[in-house]
Design a protein around this ligand. Structure first.
Ligand code: PLP
Length: 407
């Protein structure tokens, strides 16, 4: 495969670090990915040459910043093939995007005894916002369970959906199990029942090409920092028909059309949902991250990461008493595991001392832990820069850790 891993790695100077005198092996990209030079340079350029606040002032600096900011909206629209740029709302991240929908959609459409179907494999940020609005509206959360391999069964889903269902919320890719949920089917079934669907795309957008029109999804949420972009920026894609009908989430500057002390009228979408000065610098440098992904090609990145994932799975399975959580037929990005009688935290702490960054704990997905009756797992996750050498070093170090810790 024509994938120039060395060239890609050269864009990420942080990967040349030594940690505790060992070369850094970064296997925590699902928590947050590292940032390429192109993103750092864009941020630097912005502050050094043309920074101003957007949408407001009639001067060169503000105009140029506004143009660059709005160009990223168009770039995101194209990246996910949304019908209109008005369907792209800048938020703080996936969590903020989901809270926006829970609050605003919930405010408008949710009534007592209504139901929201939420899958059992969700990150807390796709559970708690629904619990908060359900609590306020006396509505209910209905759990959509997953199987032992970490998959959703359509017949179970079909049985849960009813005239009381007002929304389905599910991850495209699970941040613990790595399952790529068959969201096309989920959306089709939901729509047959006139139920809209919110997809948490936080772990999918950096691995899988997304076409929101083809998916016919109602809401799709993701974060820039997991796709090689800066912190503090997220996207909410929403179908125009919903966004137009939903009330504002927060009040403030820019989201209004006219304000008097008696009455306020609101701006059109997307600005109705973008109160106050947004994270201008990060939005603009996020554009540079999308350019990097597009320059390589998301299909190529995905194929490379699949190779890395299969290789890692095979190598992990050679280690005695190691259990992988999540063995769905289609997986992406992450592998979670435990080794019998060894605490995941001990594995993580010792690997860290060898320069290897993995994640341990519940991964903000406690219901997944409850499903398997465990307290946590070790999780390794991959990005465009993960190499076979990274995996070889990780496996070698893991074997040493097991030898050190075995009783
Ligand atoms: N959803 C999933 C599946 C995630 O993995 C994460 C973060 O790890 C989030 C939501 C929350 O993303 P953020 O913290 O960027 O809002």
């Amino acid at each position: 495969m024509n994938y120039d891993i060395q060239k890609i790695r050269s864009w990420f100077p942080v990967l040349e670090q030594k940690i505790y005198n060992r070369p850094l092996i970064y296997l925590d990209s699902a928590a947050s990915s590292q940032k390429p030079l192109q993103v750092l340079m864009k941020e630097d350029e912005l502050y050094k040459s043309f920074y101003g606040n957007i949408h407001r002032a009639a001067h060169f600096m503000a105009d140029k910043t506004t143009l660059e900011f709005e160009a990223v909206r168009t770039q995101v629209q194209k990246f996910i093939n949304a019908k209109s740029r008005d369907e792209i709302i800048f938020t703080k991240g996936t969590t903020d995007s989901i809270n926006l929908v829970a609050h605003s959609f919930g405010e408008r459409y949710l009534n007592e005894d209504d139901e929201i179907i939420v899958s059992e494999m969700e990150h807390h940020s796709n559970i708690v916002p629904w619990q908060l609005i359900a609590g306020r509206k006396r509505a209910k959360i209905v759990k959509l369970p997953f199987t032992e391999t970490g998959e959703i069964e359509f017949d179970v889903f079909q049985k849960l959906i009813s005239p009381k269902t007002k929304l389905v919320a599910i991850a495209h890719v699970s941040n613990v199990l790595g399952t790529i949920n068959k969201i096309e089917e989920i959306i089709k079934i939901a729509h047959k029942n006139n139920v809209p669907v919110l997809i948490d795309g936080a772990q999918a957008i950096q691995h899988i090409p997304i076409n929101v029109q083809k998916l016919d999804v109602d809401f799709y949420a993701f974060s820039a920092h997991k796709m090689y972009g800066p912190n503090g920026v997220g996207i909410l894609y929403g179908k125009e028909k919903w966004l137009n009908e939903m009330p504002p989430y927060q009040g403030g500057g820019e989201m209004i059309s006219e304000v008097t002390f008696e009455k306020t009228t609101f701006n059109d979408i997307p600005y109705k949902f973008e109160a106050g000065t947004p994270n201008i610098t990060s939005v603009i440098s996020f554009g540079a991250a999308i350019n990097v992904i597009e320059e390589i090609g998301l299909n190529k990145i995905a194929a490379w990461e699949q190779k890395i994932m299969h290789y890692t799975t095979i190598k992990l399975k050679e280690i005695p008493n190691l259990k992988i959580y999540g063995e769905a037929s289609e997986k992406s990005g992450v592998i979670s595991f435990n080794i019998d009688k060894i605490h995941p935290y001990d594995i993580g702490a010792l690997l860290d001392k060898m320069g290897i960054a993995v994640r341990t704990g519940t991964h903000c997905a406690s219901p997944v832990m409850q499903h398997f009756n465990i307290h946590g797992t070790v999780r390794v996750s991959f990005g465009m820069y993960t190499s076979i050498e990274d995996i070889n070093s990780f496996i070698e170090a893991l074997k040493k850790v097991v030898n050190m810790l075995k009783t």
